[in-house]
Design a protein around this ligand. Structure first.
Ligand code: NAG
Ligand code: NAG
Ligand code: NAG
Ligand code: NAG
Ligand code: NAG
Ligand code: NAG
Ligand code: NAG
Ligand code: NAG
Length: 446
């Protein structure tokens, strides 16, 4: 993957070099530009990016002043500059410089813009300000510093977007985000809404106060070569809910060549997400790669469909490949369908493969009385190998379908996960049909 894209970018450089020459010699007759020695290019069309827009070198470049210190808020400059760069330009944040954002930003108007971040874009940790000034989404009571929306938005570079999460984690310590009484909302680091064609490339997304990425009403998001981390310096307040990727009403979600080092979900599309591709993802210390949770809100139908996840490494976490749906007296319904997990490597993971329809923290009796109504069909786990932590004894895969739902077309193949507690066991309850490997009821698990 990496070497292929490297070759492609070398090829792109070669092409663009000749395109420059052609531009600067526009009056030279076309035959004078005929290929020589097989290296030339006969056409004169300027290069275009994946969306048919100008490539970096052809864009008007806008720069802004850097911050002098952590309270030197440049958000007005950033907003003015991105307006200037909009419609075909590029905003550049320079290497070695810091740019502090201390005010909420509405970036919902974008159309064909590049934002190249080689420096550090850092949010203030003025908790009082942000809790009073943010963009709010009712889904799991989410807030964010800024909203990105519009069409053809590329954000890339070797720099950092820093959520400055430590003070937020310290303040939240001991609370629970899904507690209906929780009022301590924390901002999401990157959020798109009503957006089409988003590409994020090369960046480090660091220390988000809450979820790192949330895509809402969005089409075609591609993350490539991104590093996501949330690491606390305070042993008594660990990062919480710092999920790598969440989504809501999204069609087309691709994550490639990405590393995630956070204490919660690594990748977890939420209601109404379809056409998902994940390849070469590395997750450390996470809650795994999940479909869901879905089915949370009463009367609402949710779905997740058509996902392919391949070559995923999951280390030291709670879950590996997971499906999760809500149960309880006032929840929704829906389905998860056509999901492939392929070439999954787990190490020291509590639940390497898990289908959980008793989410979230619901007593078993409540789940039995009010079972999940999310159907789960067509899920394949192919080539899953590695080790469990032994926390669930010998159980390395737990597929427990809700009695209120249909689970069929669940297929496991080439599974080799060892448990330190003894010979590995696979649990299957209420699953229709053969799952491809021997399995036992949960009541018999050791
Ligand atoms: C979504 O964005 C388009 C422009 O890209 C705009 O015309 C439309 O009004 C926006 N829809 C909503 C609900 O904001
Ligand atoms: C670490 O977090 C705890 C819990 O929020 C807090 O009481 C304490 O002040 C923090 N320590 C430091 C050095 O900030
Ligand atoms: C699988 O992903 C890892 C990163 O976790 C990468 O180093 C490796 O090259 C990938 N393998 C293939 C076959 O692409
Ligand atoms: C993985 O996470 C653990 C904590 O969960 C940490 O100690 C370790 O350094 C991380 N490994 C890497 C390679 O980042
Ligand atoms: C998901 O899609 C279904 C069917 O189109 C719709 O009824 C439902 O409201 C959507 N759910 C959300 C959370 O938007
Ligand atoms: C299942 O999902 C894959 C993408 O992962 C897609 O290519 C395929 O067409 C889907 N199958 C059906 C029947 O929709
Ligand atoms: C779940 O499956 C049952 C039949 O097995 C069907 O009656 C029901 O409509 C399905 N629910 C959804 C949301 O697809
Ligand atoms: C399963 O994996 C272990 C190492 O984790 C290896 O020793 C063993 O040969 C593998 N078994 C099969 C059937 O591939």
């Amino acid at each position: 993957m990496k070497s292929l894209s490297f070759l492609l970018s070398v090829a792109a450089c070669l092409v663009s070099a000749s395109a420059v020459a052609i531009e600067h010699n526009a009056v030279v007759p076309a035959d004078a530009l005929a290929p020589r020695g097989g290296h030339g290019h006969g056409h004169q069309e300027p290069l275009k990016d994946n969306w048919g827009n100008a490539v970096e070198k052809d864009r008007k470049k806008i720069t802004i002043r850097a911050s002098k210190h952590d309270r030197d808020d440049i958000s007005d400059d950033f907003l003015a500059a991105i307006k200037k760069a909009n419609h075909g330009g590029l905003l550049h944040l320079k290497k070695g410089k810091k740019y502090v954002i201390g005010k909420k930003l509405d970036l919902s108007f974008l159309k064909d813009v590049y934002v190249k971040i080689d420096g550090e874009l850092k949010f203030t940790d003025d908790i009082k300000y942000w809790q009073a000034n943010n963009f709010y989404y009712p889904f799991q009571k989410s807030i964010t510093f800024w909203v990105w929306g519009g069409k053809d938005i590329k954000i890339y570079g070797s720099g950092v977007i820093n959520g400055n999460g430590q003070a937020w984690w310290d303040g939240f310590s001991g609370a629970e985000i899904l507690d209906p009484n929780n009022k301590y909302y924390r901002p999401i680091l990157f959020l798109t809404d009503n957006a089409t064609n988003i590409e994020v490339n090369g960046l480090h997304l660091k220390d988000s106060p809450c979820w790192t990425n949330f895509f809402v009403r969005t089409k075609n998001v591609v993350f490539d070569d991104v590093y996501i981390s949330a690491v606390s310096t305070n042993a008594s307040s660990l990062p919480k809910n710092t999920d790598g990727f969440d989504s809501y009403n999204v069609d087309g979600l691709t994550v490639l060549n990405t590393r995630v080092n956070v204490g919660d979900d690594c990748f977890s599309p939420k209601p109404n997400t379809t056409n998902i591709l994940v390849r070469n993802l590395w997750c450390n210390g996470t809650h795994g790669v999940s479909m869901g949770s879905i089915g949370q809100y009463p009367g609402v139908q949710d779905f997740i469909s058509n996902a392919h996840l391949e070559n995923i490494t999951l280390l030291n976490g709670e879950n590996g490949a997971r499906l999760k749906a809500w149960a309880g007296p006032s929840v929704g319904y829906g389905y998860i369908s056509n999901i492939t997990y392929k070439d999954i490597h787990v190490e020291n993971t509590d639940h390497p493969i898990v289908l959980d329809q008793c989410y979230f923290n619901i007593p078993a009796a409540t789940c039995a009385a009010y079972p999940s109504k999310v159907n789960i069909t067509g899920v394949r786990f192919l080539n899953v190998h590695g080790t469990s932590s032994g926390k669930e004894g010998r159980v390395v895969a737990d597929l427990t379908c809700s009695p209120g739902a249909t689970c069929n077309g669940i297929h496991l193949e080439n599974i080799n996960i060892t448990s330190p507690k003894g010979e590995a066991q696979v649990v299957c309850d209420n699953i229709q049909g053969d799952i491809g490997v021997p399995c036992i009821p949960g009541s018999e698990a050791a």
